[in-house]
Design a protein around this ligand. Structure first.
Ligand code: AMP
Length: 415
């Protein structure tokens, strides 16, 4: 049996059909075997200190299971964007230390990705022991999905497990190339949890279904709107991306963020939103400032009244209230992207208030899913309950857009 049974599958998504063949790690025989595991240990690290270890904690069920089953565990992950070069600040050594602490067990670390040193360390592994390889993106072959590098990385292992949902939309060596080589493979528990929870949004979601999008990158969000339009009842747009929408509705948004390259896409989106009877809510009032930095003068104005030289940096109180009203009445909810420049206080207010309203919706029985990335902090600091907080911002958007996730579909190939 695969991780997604026949009843779970989406007929309109070919790759989900492939997913039916994806094994769960319960189905693998790993005792005494060398298991190459791809995790998403891409955590924020400042001067060697991990600032948020959520992604490490989320990986623990898979690691602990493999320890209990007596696997020889070779862990690989990326950290940041070193672009194929060894970068001191992006070493995974602090991750090895933190994982040791979380597991109460030694996690060996090797400062190479492949090669003799790695081979020696792998040969020294006993059953249930762990080795973390250096940042896989230090190797130029990783992002290029280089077949030679894939051969080297895969060579010590007879089993492959991918638990890195955050990079499941990437066709890289450690997420894809090695899975082409190693026949015995499966999705880890986190990958499984992510797929199951995100699938709830696509498969007969309860109505009213509210999609909340914010942040700066409009490009990654347009496909989600298009693909979910037929399922969604309400679309709440905030953050920097809202200003391109407002501008296309004829509103002068002053110096606010605009993405002119996507204006045509927005024009094409409006009829889709209208034809699918989606209730589109855009900011009614905004917090404005002349500069995006701490301590600057700011004020709340109606969106139609943003003066020249000022930019929108957060949603205003009337918008917060309006969004809240829709959110707490929703039965299904997905949120990706902050409502404002939440890194700077007090422009984090809109994002925090939305997090609190989503928590209320969860208490009211709604399925609430938040798509990782920047909104994590607001969710965690507000202490709100959710159905699911995804570890993958970009990956969850791709998943919901119905795009193929190469690292998942490859797990179902050749098994
Ligand atoms: P994204 O990766 O697309 O979710 O964008 C996240 C970024 O959007 C954060 O760094 C926010 O500071 C930024 N952002 C949110 N609202 C605004 C805004 N009104 N103007 C400029 N940037 C914004």
């Amino acid at each position: 049996m695969g991780i997604c049974d026949e009843n779970d599958r989406y007929s309109h998504n070919d790759w989900l059909v492939i997913m039916i063949n994806v094994k769960s790690i319960h189905e693998l025989d790993v005792k005494g075997k060398k298991v190459l595991c791809r995790f998403d240990f891409n955590v924020p690290i400042k001067e060697g200190v991990i600032e948020d270890d959520r992604r490490l904690r989320e990986a623990l069920p898979t690691i602990q299971y493999l320890i209990e089953k007596g696997a020889k565990i070779i862990m690989t992950s990326h950290l940041g964007r070193p672009k194929g070069k060894r970068t001191k600040e992006l070493t995974l050594l602090p991750v090895a230390k933190k994982l040791s602490e979380l597991l109460g067990k030694e996690v060996k670390f090797v400062d190479e990705v492949v090669g003799d040193k790695v081979t020696r360390e792998v040969e020294g592994l006993g059953n249930g022991e762990l080795l973390l390889l250096e940042n896989v993106r230090f190797h130029p072959g990783e992002e290029a999905n280089d077949p030679e590098f894939a051969g080297e990385l895969a060579s010590p292992a007879s089993v492959y497990v991918n638990d890195a949902f955050g990079t499941a939309h990437r066709k890289h060596t450690s997420t894809y190339g090695v899975a082409k080589i190693i026949k015995e493979k499966a999705a880890g528990f986190l990958m499984e949890k992510e797929i199951k929870n995100l699938s709830k949004l696509r498969e007969n979601p309860l109505s009213p279904f509210t999609l909340i999008l914010g942040g700066a990158k409009l490009k990654t969000k347009i496909p989600v709107i298009k693909d979910l339009a037929s399922l969604v009842d309400n679309l709440l747009v905030g953050g920097g991306m809202a200003f391109s929408f407002l501008y296309k509705k004829g509103i002068d948004v002053g110096d606010s963020l605009l993405d002119e390259s996507l204006f045509d896409d927005i024009d094409n989106l409006f009829p889709i939103i209208r034809d699918n009877d989606v209730n589109l809510l855009m900011p009614l009032d905004v917090v404005i400032a002349k500069e995006i930095k701490e301590g600057v003068e700011n004020k709340v104005v109606p969106v139609e009244s943003i003066p020249e030289g000022w930019k929108g940096v957060d949603i205003g109180p009337i918008t917060i209230e309006e969004f809240r009203r829709v959110i707490i009445e929703s039965k299904t909810l997905f949120w990706n992207g902050p409502m404002g420049v939440f890194e700077i206080h007090p422009f984090d207010k809109g994002t925090r208030e939305i997090a609190i309203s989503i928590g209320e919706a969860t208490k009211n029985g709604a399925i609430t899913v938040v798509g990782g990335g920047d909104t994590d902090k607001a969710i965690e600091e507000s202490g709100v309950e959710l159905t699911h907080l995804s570890t993958g911002g970009g990956a969850s958007l791709k998943f919901l857009s119905g795009e193929e996730m190469p690292a998942i579909s490859v797990l179902g190939e050749g098994v």
